[in-house]
Design a binder for this molecule. Structure first.
Ligand code: F6P
Length: 330
């Protein structure tokens, strides 16, 4: 891109995640630093279709760094999936004089960014989702906050499960991925963690672990289920049928998406927002800002969308060894 960037739009799309506001702030402030005007597009891609925008200046992003949610609102737009919808979005970009769009969200958001760039609007992506399931980047904004929220909730559950000597089955989010469940499961010392990446053998993965745990002295049990691995209620029923326990089931749900972002999410979001604008200012577009080996890299959006990330199964093995090891009896 050889012409100077004068004005960009920034939007948040898909499921929100703690730290999105920090990214919006960083984009706005970095744009101002480079002499670029910044427009906030509200309600994701749908807002671009509807010309739903606010002008962002330094003060409009004051005091949002530590707030969950997104001041720009977010949405999943069906209309943007159509050619007609995307053409309307292009018209909005032309009308507002936008030289580019920074889209903050997950892979659905990046598919939108790719489509828009094919219609001549330069785009950059910033990965933000509590699922941490974006192949091109080690880390996505919001994951750490969601993990900590889930850990806090499960620690509380453990107190009452311990008092009543019960079994708890907790369902955590993650869509089709088990990153959140596995991380949280290790951090709370779960008896078992069920993830979609590992085919469930109920006898081995649940029954035997609870039995081993009991034989090693435990009187309460914590089973963490990734939503993509099945329903916590079904698992609870099966535990009841197999072992006669009376499990209590908790679905953490959207509480995992809220709350103040952790330091890691604020810092990562700020760095990613900075680098997305810097790339634009230096004439590079069409990439997702990714963390890899501690640094930031730009990955072309099409390439980024084709990349997959595998659950670290060594962590699954660690959990197996530590939390539900064989009893110390023979
Ligand atoms: O992608 C983030 C996420 O929170 C997933 O973990 C979950 O499956 C989904 O969004 C829930 O979406 P919604 O907010 O539309 O219910």
């Amino acid at each position: 891109m050889d012409r100077k960037i004068k004005r960009i739009g920034v939007l948040t799309s898909g499921g929100d995640s703690p730290g999105m506001n920090a990214a919006v702030r960083a984009v706005t402030r970095t744009a101002i630093f480079y002499g670029i005007e910044c427009i906030g597009i509200r309600r994701g891609w749908q807002g671009l279709i509807n010309s739903d925008f606010i002008i962002l200046d330094s003060s409009s992003v004051r005091h949002i760094l530590g707030h969950g949610g997104t001041i720009l609102y977010t949405a999943r737009s069906q209309e943007f999936m159509t050619e007609e919808g995307r053409q309307k979005a292009v018209s909005t970009c032309r009308m507002l004089g936008l030289d580019g769009i920074i889209a903050i969200g997950g892979d659905g958001t990046f598919r939108g960014a790719l489509e828009l760039s094919r219609l001549g609007i330069p785009t950059m992506g910033i990965p933000a989702t509590i699922d941490n399931d974006i192949g091109c980047t080690n880390y996505t904004i919001g994951f750490d906050s969601a993990c900590n929220t889930a850990i806090d909730c499960i620690d509380k559950l453990r107190d009452t499960m311990q008092s009543h000597e019960r079994c708890s089955v907790v369902e955590v989010m993650g869509r089709h991925a088990g990153f959140l469940a596995l991380y949280v499961g290790i951090a709370v010392g779960a008896t078992a963690v069920l993830v979609p990446e590992h085919e469930l053998n109920f006898e081995e993965d649940v029954v035997a672990r609870i039995q081993n745990s009991r034989l090693s002295g435990a009187t309460h049990f914590m089973i963490v289920v990734a939503e993509g691995a099945g329903s916590a209620f079904d698992i609870g029923n099966r535990i009841h049928e197999s072992l006669g326990l009376d499990p209590r089931v908790t679905v953490l749900g959207h509480i995992q998406r809220g709350g103040a972002p952790t330091g890691r999410d604020r810092e990562t979001a700020t760095r990613m927002g900075y680098y997305a604008v810097k790339a634009f200012a230096e004439g590079r577009t069409g990439s997702v800002i990714c963390t890899r080996e501690g640094g930031i890299v730009e990955t072309p959006i099409e390439e980024a969308l084709a990349m997959t990330k595998h659950l670290q199964m060594d962590r699954y093995a660690i959990l197996e060894a530590i939390s539900a090891s064989a009893p110390a009896i023979k």
